[in-house]
Design a protein around this ligand. Sequence first.
Ligand code: AHR
Length: 491
Amino acid sequence: MKKISMLINARDRISHINPELYGHFSEHLGRCIYNGIYVGENSTIPNTDGIRNDIIEAFRNIKLPVLRWPGGCFADEYHWKDGIGEKSKRKKMINTNWGGVSEDNSFGTHEFMRLCELVGCEPYIAGNLGSGTITELSEWVEYMTLEGGSPMSELRKQNGREKPWKLKYLGIGNENWGCGGNMRPEYYADEYRRYQSFCKNYSGNELFKIACGPNSDDYNWTETIMKSLNKYQTRGISLHYYTIPTGDWNKKGSAREFDNDLYYSTISKTLYMDELITRHTEIMNRYDPNNDIGLIVDEWGCWYDVEEGTNPGFLYQQNTMRDAIVAACNLNIFNRHSKRVIMANLAQAVNVLQSLILTEGEKMVKTPTYHVFGLFKEHQNGELVYCFSEAAETGDKDKIPLLSSSASVKDGVMTLTLANCSLEDSAHISCDIRGFECTEASARILTAEVHTCNDFDAPERVTPAAYPVKLENSVLTAELPPCSVVSVTIK
Ligand code: AHR
């Protein structure tokens, strides 16, 4: 057992935790949209306008705040006009990025906006800069947000939507350093400047425009973008970083079969997110000391080799307690950087990469990762407070920090989230809470042997449970078993 002293000073309010840090991503990829979120109106699976009811409910239960769509790499080959109007007449296309499958465009703008309405989340549209045109993107904004009197607003009305939607988050391109056009940052910055000029605020809608940011540690990309764009042109730049257990894209490792060494190297690689954010933030601070432009980690999560027998282009993988630890570590990192990081989107919501949810026909499973979002949800809209923990390391060769933590206060209630990353040691926490009157503490835990997952035969193997903690004279004590995620509510 490792003893760890902690200190929380609630008088030291550091930054606001935007709900959008708990955001998600849904791409036209594999079974994320089709046969995942969207089953069509005629499906026997209970649905609302073609969207699975169980998924809507699951998303609502974790207060899913924002959903990014339609990609990913798909976004830069998506032509939105193919996805509106009478479904039988919609143009088909080949999804060249993801398995070369036929895309019938039955899930388009109206269906996505309906999904967001049903979930109660903000839509985040990723526009096509790579293979589209400025006219196409500016017309999409007009179609979605202009009240009336223009060709696009009239077209929307003809398609059954009288009132415009509210659209806040608009990404202009995706991974334009790679699948979105293989551009140099100077070229992309110039293109971005043109595109954004024609994406206008209509009918009281105010766009929050997001530029494509760096691929993990491409600091030159961030430097160039920050040098070229100002706060009137962009409110956010995105960062993409995936956790690959082996570090080798050609043999990433299996979702379920891994030894302790590979587990620790996964956690060590995921904790690299902290260094990435710190270093990109340092660059952003030089150009934008007032924090007008946010860092948006709009793709993150574990990327493994696909499950045997599944389409390699569909990126379907299982999800174990290792993923839960990864999720908890990242969410604590995002909280701690919430002064600069204003949104983050896990890749991806359903049936793709580190999913919240897996489906098979009418069956649906909530993954350990889903439950971590449930345990952390009360951080949304909280104020991050100072939270220090004594250094303690895991016993493996990577010597990663044993404990991941963050704390916030909202409406007089403190939320403290913890992950014990060790597979061997339990952690005895003794946390001195200052600057906060408290008499009660309760906790919930997610824990299981690290390879444990939920599947269609046993959907509740890993599920949160109440967990005893003690609070005496403003000192919280708790014992965290190895490989566990705990959320403590303190009042
Ligand atoms: O999330 C899967 C893919 O990863 C996205 O399409 C792309 O943006 C990234 O490379």
